[in-house]
Design a protein around this ligand. Sequence first.
Ligand SMILES: Nc1nc2c(ncn2[C@@H]2O[C@H](COP(=O)(O)OP(=O)(O)OP(=O)(O)O)[C@@H](O)[C@H]2O)c(=O)[nH]1
Ligand SMILES: [Mg+2]
Length: 466
Amino acid sequence: MQSSPDTIAAIATPPGKGGIGVIRVSGTLAPSIAEALVGHLPEPRLATLVTFREEDGAAIDQGLILFFPGTASFTGEPVLEVHGHGGVVVMDLLLQRVLSLGARPARAGEFTERAFLNDKIDLAQAEAVADLIDSVSEASARSAVRSLSGDFSACLGDLTEQLIELRVYIEAAIDFPEEEIDFLADESIVTRLNTITSSLDNIRQRASQGAVLREGVSLAIVGPPNAGKSSLMNRLSRQDIAIVNEQAGTTRDILREQLVVQGIPIELVDTAGIRSTSDAVEREGVQRALAELARADIALLVFDQSLGQHGVISAMGDLLASIGSALETFQGVLILVMNKKDLVRVDTGWEAVQDILSICPQINERVSISAATGEGLERLFDVIAQSAGLTTTVEGVFMARRRHLVALDEASARVRAGQAQLAVNAAGELLAEELREAQRYIGEITGDFTNDDLLGRIFSSFCIGK
Ligand SMILES: Nc1nc2c(ncn2[C@@H]2O[C@H](COP(=O)(O)OP(=O)(O)OP(=O)(O)O)[C@@H](O)[C@H]2O)c(=O)[nH]1
Ligand SMILES: [Mg+2]
């Protein structure tokens, strides 16, 4: 791969006022732009205090200039960083001056794209640049930086190495049949395949936790009217978002709020209480509640335990009668929340749980809380975090994207198919072919095998200046 002929420039700091603002320039014209802008070529990699000037010598601003020559830069091309004062007008004047010296405005993500094209970073690292900048929690920032520094890529590199070695071994055996390797009897092939599948599983687990940190999960609060869903919404988000009232059927519209629970971004959704009703508006609210349930990753099924054992079971019965199929087909994690704990001396409603579990076996977890006092909330947060797939036991989470998980799953499926070929048919050629495919899928993650469409999609989702 070679560097692109254009020299690109963009304001790299966010728009608005700031103590400083930075313009980034990358490409072969970088040295000549520096000379024209400040009168001399700055010493490489040394921050120099200079005056930036227009063509006629008029000063635009004073600031620092940094020059990274040759290929030892972020993009792999000569790079300039122009640090001026961070005002909208002065940044614009500086950028116009740089553009008049032959640079063109950079497209979104173009600096990182050049870093990738010039082999400075691989694709997973390039994506981690954007993910680090967009991180909404400390945990996601830490996992992004782990991917950015190449830990994820290094694991994938090891895996690719193992795949290649095994392929070479098998293909040699196929090409020289006189050596008569008995594929079935060759223990080393089986062992190596097992090692590969277990490292794939390990990487997949670390990456899927990173994907949760990055993409977050949607959490729907559903249940019968008056159970305290809106009170729970307000309690979880620590804000007074939803109207709470002792009237059944208070909430009709869907209410949404973003929050971060133990480092996981969560979209919290409050819904209308589910019951059969003749009120057209409320009926629409119930329809919308069901639609939210269907697309949620996690659902909190909330009941009022102060209704007592019989009351709760009857509420559950009503709910199942009107939306039973929605619960049966629900794909996510279903958490039973027994609310209004403060109103009961002993957990009376809790006794109903066994009955509820027997009529609704989809329930994965149960928690007793009081939305009014906040009791039980800590445990609910833990259960939510666990349900989001984040067990705190896994070390070294990698920031990963959906496409990485898909590629890892495909690779894993190919290796397992290969194992089956070996076990059932003792077919070396087919095993080798599956391993080749697995390697290709791993290569898609790091960008060894990718098409331009995918690259375009990935980099265009960046901001200008990255
Ligand atoms: N004592 C007590 N009261 C609660 C608790 N949670 C909710 N409530 C009360 O129960 C009533 C209903 O609460 P909401 O949060 O509006 O219930 P909802 O499930 O959103 O109701 P709909 O929107 O009508 O479906 C209100 O009077 C709340 O103050 C709780 O934990 N303890
Ligand atoms: Mg409500």
